[in-house]
Design a protein around this ligand. Structure first.
Ligand code: PHE
Length: 329
């Protein structure tokens, strides 16, 4: 009994050894059972009982260990069963703003523009003063600003034009660059307005850059982005940092000029602002405004994306509704 109980069984191989040694036909327990015929008849009963007890003990040890190893085998081997179909991957999809952003990067890089980076937290100089917004001028109220600190003013940039100042003050012309990023305005959230959105800013500074270059650059962009048949129109406008200034309109893609709600039955939709960089901006950035001229433009990423995919509500971009997001590959 002691021999049976002290046998070490830690793996299936040892279990098999145990079986062979004690329980198998040629094992020790059947041999003890054979012995019974050689035992004196008056001793046989006790002997038989003892051997039976031993046999039951050995069998129960065998069974217990066998079950233990079987379960262990299932637990260890299940994930390794190479015949099972693989766990399906949850594939994500690109956010529509990312898709359009990547496309914009592609178009401008092919035209020789490089990408510039700017921070979302700005000071008054880069967001307003450097861009020729006069102190206490109503122009500052064109864009309702989120201030982080007053005096000196630290704020969430209201447009990506701040990148113009950053680049012009750190690099020398010729400059041909663009920047895409988030901007903030204190506005009520609706289908057509949001306090957080994105802009694409671009500008080109060199000797003899003219309004013709501005028009042709944007015309090319619009046709690449929306298709060859897209028309472009410039409408006189005002920005403190450009002179002359123009609003950029494109022919309505939804109704193709037939008249719809998106273009308010005009056949045209606005996608941004543009103009020739104001000489004061050059001066503020230490660039010779006699030698250099340049154009700049700023467009809304959400607006472009909404037109491209016929999305009617700006709030869809930030609601993270998978039914919306999964439509874009
Ligand atoms: N920053 C302007 C806006 O947010 C757009 C603009 C950019 C206009 C560059 C002219 C030149 O409305």
């Amino acid at each position: 009994l002691a021999e049976v109980e002290s046998f070490i069984i830690e793996n299936p191989k040892q279990l098999e050894e145990f079986r062979l040694q004690f329980l198998a036909k040629k094992g020790k327990i059947p041999a003890l059972m054979e012995e019974i015929k050689n035992i004196a008849p008056n001793e046989r009963k006790n002997y038989g009982m003892a051997v039976n007890e031993l046999k039951q003990k050995a069998e129960s040890i065998f069974k217990e260990k066998q079950e233990l190893f079987e379960n262990a085998v299932v637990a260890v081997q299940a994930p390794l069963d190479l015949t099972l179909p693989a766990e399906p991957y949850q594939l994500g999809s690109m956010h529509p703003l990312t898709i359009v952003k990547n496309r914009i990067v592609e178009i401008f890089e092919r035209m020789g523009f490089n990408q510039s980076e700017g921070g979302e937290i700005e000071d008054d100089f880069h967001n307003f003063t450097g861009l020729n917004f006069p102190e206490n001028h109503p122009a500052r109220e064109m864009q309702d600003t989120f201030f982080i600190e007053k005096n000196p003013d630290i704020l969430l940039r209201t447009h990506t034009s701040s990148v113009q100042i950053r680049v012009m003050r750190s690099q020398k012309p010729p400059l041909r660059t663009f920047s895409i990023g988030r901007v903030y305005r204190n506005e009520a959230i609706s289908a057509r307005a949001h306090c957080i959105f994105h802009q694409v800013e671009g500008f080109f500074i060199d000797e003899n850059v003219s309004f013709v270059d501005l028009k042709q650059t944007l015309y090319h962009f619009v046709r690449e982005m929306f298709g060859r048949e897209t028309q472009i129109r410039f409408r006189p406008s005002f920005f403190p940092f450009t002179e002359p200034s123009a609003e950029i309109d494109i022919s309505c893609l939804i109704c193709k000029g037939e008249g719809c709600n998106v273009c308010k039955h005009t056949g045209w939709v606005e996608i941004g602002g543009s103009g020739m960089i104001h000489p004061n901006v050059f001066t503020n950035c230490g660039i010779d405004n006699e030698k250099y001229t340049g154009f700049a433009f700023g467009m809304g990423l959400e607006r472009i994306t909404m037109l491209k995919y016929q999305i009617k509500d700006l709030r869809l971009f930030t609601e993270n509704d998978l039914r919306f997001l999964r439509q874009f590959v």
